[in-house]
Design a protein around this ligand. Structure first.
Ligand code: NAD
Length: 331
């Protein structure tokens, strides 16, 4: 039996996370879940968006499955997600962006994995007002963090037999900060002569990604560009409801869907459970349950390809529970 932390999250979080745990259970993998709170639900109970109890549980179990949590825009408490990544040193965000047959999207053959540096850049949240009419936000890039994300991307490329790593940057303008990111990735690339390596200025990458996304394989990017690219990548394969992800470091891995709490549909039971279930697939691969992971993955693909028992965003008229049941039946 495995042990893992379960964070249902806010909005549609509990609906899709329960779908994922029920699929794992039906597949026969025994995980004892330690349920904890983050975000708005934690604020309501503990007046703290990231309780120590939650951190302790993830540190002990080293694995968590997490739903999205609410962050207020331009006010309120600091993003619990960012605090969680910094507290547990979850230095990499990995997002596989892969086409699924049957999903209505502009492209059909996308298969890329984005490695986003997850602890620094403008996302460190070091900002302050200068008087009342100016604000300053500080961008931090270090060689250590940049080499660490690059090493993870290259070693993944070798392990998964991928062909190419692309580094995105804006070192033509931010010569010191992005320049340091670029030179750090170059350093790591030089140790992997068998993997093709290329560098692209991030704005031109955005343009090329919407024209020729099939060209890209592994991408390694600083935090802010990585956030934007991952979201666009989700759009290229059919939307937020189908893309999983993981925030991972040396000590722990927190698997969570790309999408947010979807307040517009929360509580209606109509959220697409695919992203959360594919997070479960990633989690199972991570703990070594590879055959079960593939069984679930194939079943998700089959259910979507059949196109019958799918949620509204996938062109169907079924609920989260109906789609989850179809996935379990297809296993
Ligand atoms: P969102 O992803 O919640 O919603 C964007 C759109 O996509 C909405 O129309 C929503 O209905 C739809 N959508 C998202 N997931 C879906 C699913 N599984 N099935 C069907 N439709 C789905 O993004 P937002 O509205 O920008 O953010 C809402 C809240 O979520 C904010 O508080 C934000 O901070 C938070 N958020 C949290 C995380 C996280 O915890 N990792 C990530 C992103 C956003």
């Amino acid at each position: 039996m495995y042990k893992a932390t379960l964070i249902p999250g806010d909005g549609i979080g509990p609906e899709v996370i329960m779908a994922a745990t029920s699929v794992i259970e039906a597949a026969g993998v025994d995980i004892k879940w330690d349920e904890k709170l983050v975000g708005q639900s934690a604020m309501a109970k503990y007046n703290n968006p990231l309780p120590e109890d939650t951190i302790n549980s993830i540190e002990t179990n080293r694995i968590a499955l997490k739903g999205p949590s609410t962050t207020e825009i331009a006010k309120g408490f600091r993003s619990a997600n960012i605090s969680l990544r910094q507290r547990l040193n979850l230095y990499a965000n990995i997002r596989p962006i892969k086409s699924i047959e049957g999903v209505n999207s502009k492209f059909k053959d996308i298969d890329m994995v984005i490695f986003r540096e997850n602890t620094e850049d403008l996302y460190m949240g070091i900002e302050h007002m200068i008087g009342k009419d100016a604000a300053e936000s500080i961008k931090i890039i270090t060689r250590e963090a940049s080499e660490r994300i690059a090493s993870m991307a290259f070693s993944y490329a070798v392990k998964e037999k991928r062909r190419k790593v692309t580094c995105a940057h804006k070192a033509n303008v931010m010569k010191l900060s992005d320049g340091l990111f670029l030179s750090s990735v170059r350093n790591v690339a030089s140790k992997y002569p068998d993997i093709e390596y290329e560098e692209v200025i991030v704005d031109s990458l955005f343009m090329d990604m919407v024209m020729n996304p099939e060209k890209y394989d592994i991408l390694v990017v600083p935090n802010l560009y990585g956030d934007l690219l991952s979201e666009m990548g989700a759009g290229l394969v059919g939307g937020l409801g189908i893309v999983p992800g993981v925030n991972i470091g040396v000590e722990a891995a927190v698997f969570e869907p790309t999408h947010g709490t979807a307040p517009d549909i929360a509580g209606q039971g109509i959220a697409n459970p695919t992203a959360a279930i594919l997070c479960a697939v990633m989690l199972l691969r991570h703990i070594g349950e590879k055959a079960t992971a593939e069984r679930i993955y194939n079943s998700v693909c089959r259910t979507i390809k059949e196109g019958k028992y799918v949620t509204k965003d996938l062109g169907g008229n079924y609920s989260t529970k109906d789609m989850t049941k179809a996935i379990i039946d297809n296993m």
